[in-house]
Design a protein around this ligand. Structure first.
Ligand code: G3I
Length: 380
């Protein structure tokens, strides 16, 4: 029988102890949540409403905290809420929003500084152009000062473009001319040079609008003013926009040298009234059975279509993860989505990853599985 020396036995024992210690020191494996699975690709965010900010529902609060590592306030940081009167700011709920993000160690996105919609009515009472410009500057600077160092990125300007790529004739354009765009970015950077500054809009995959956005952002950059990123909102449908347009847009925007974020992602499964020739939307379709086909539940076949659509979209995001900073869903669960009320009121839509009972849907499983496959064999 082979003789083992005392020294050898000692060495083996130390080795065995070292291995067992190493095992217990290893971090426990992370649960397969969206934020964990995608953490080496880009931030995965969600829009949150007042109830989610205040964590009123414990199941919902657990989903927000575990699944996402970025948040955007769906409504509470818009001027109508945060700057209700000329000399009054209401930061209470927005401060709670920031505290929520800090609690869960999230990337906190501010939405939005300059937007013609949900604009506080008092803005519209200012006749004089110079006074209007002063007020706009103060609005941007006061808000940015309040959140300096706490907000990681801002939608500085939201939805300034028409579908043909020209500038929307908003109150800001009318009063200040097109300089309002560059000014807004400049004012924000002057106050908080470290925060990331985004231009954010919808239908950003459409060719004309895409060209307009590129022209506009390039014009600001050419003036030596900082723009860090372009936000493609991503309010999409089962069959549109095409995967080619989504991919090409990401490429085109990133060629400006800025980051690309998908800022408000959801996929409507309902008929789109704008697809119908000559359709008059909204009220005309209210109570129309044909426009609200899944009132009781979503058929399995559509559930699968939605899961595949999300898989295809995320496949593109992963392929271009070097260009993408963040992918944010416009809400957590189907019951919360703005798409139940737009463009037709009172419909039952299913655009998000969690159902009305806060259970993950097939779409959720499909993007988790996609990333796990991607880690084994990256997309090409
Ligand atoms: O809070 C009131 C409630 O008290 C009242 O009873 C009810 C009656 O209509 O309205 C409630 O306010 C609604 C608010 O959402 C909260 O649900 C507003 O009417 C409604 O206009 C508002 O809609 C928001 C919309 O922006 C306004 O433009 C949506 O929630 C929000 O998801 C949506 O988000 C926008 C982004 O900011 C920019 N990109 C497009 C995106 C979708 O439209």
């Amino acid at each position: 029988m082979m003789k083992i020396s005392k020294q050898t036995l000692l060495t083996l024992a130390i080795f065995a102890i070292a291995i067992s210690c190493k095992k217990t020191e290893e971090a426990p494996s992370q649960p397969n949540t969206l934020r964990n699975v995608y953490k080496d690709a880009f931030y995965i965010g969600t829009a949150v409403n007042r109830f989610q900010i205040e964590e009123t529902d414990s199941t919902m609060a657990a989903i927000v905290g575990k699944e996402f590592n970025s948040i955007t306030a769906e409504n509470m940081m818009k001027s109508v809420h945060m700057h209700p009167k000329r000399d009054t700011f209401n930061f209470e709920i927005a401060d709670k929003f920031v505290a929520l993000g800090e609690k869960y160690d999230m990337f906190i996105h501010g939405h939005t500084l300059i937007w013609h919609s949900q604009l506080s009515p008092w803005f519209k009472t200012i006749e004089d152009s110079l006074e209007f410009a002063d007020v706009a500057e103060k609005h941007v600077k006061d808000i940015t000062t309040h959140f300096k160092g706490k907000i990681d990125s801002w939608d500085v300007v939201n939805e300034a473009l028409n579908e043909d790529g020209t500038l929307r004739n908003s109150i800001f354009l009318k009063k200040m001319g097109e300089d309002y765009l560059a000014s807004a970015f400049k004012w924000t950077a002057e106050i908080d040079p470290d925060v990331d500054l985004y231009y954010n809009d919808y239908n950003m995959t459409n060719v004309d609008k895409r060209k307009g956005a590129i022209r506009m952002v390039k014009n600001i950059l050419d003036q030596g003013i900082k723009v860090d990123g372009i936000g493609m909102q991503g309010h999409w449908h089962l069959n549109s926009p095409s995967l080619e347009d989504i991919e090409q847009s990401i490429i085109d925007y990133s060629e400006l040298g800025v980051k690309v974020a998908i800022t408000e992602l959801d996929v409507s499964v309902l008929p789109n009234p704008w697809d119908l020739e000559g359709a008059e939307i909204s009220q005309n379709f209210e109570n129309s059975e044909g426009m609200n086909p899944y009132k009781e539940s979503l058929p399995d076949s559509i559930q699968v279509k939605l899961a595949n659509r999300y898989k295809d979209i995320f496949n593109i995001f992963l392929k271009h993860k070097d260009k993408i900073s963040r992918v944010t869903f416009w809400g957590v669960s189907d019951g919360q989505s703005w798409l139940n009320g737009f463009p037709i009121r009172g419909r039952t839509n299913y655009p998000l990853l969690f159902d009305r009972d806060l259970k993950p849907k097939a779409a959720y499983d499909s993007i988790i599985a996609l990333k796990e496959r991607f880690d084994k064999q990256p997309a090409n």
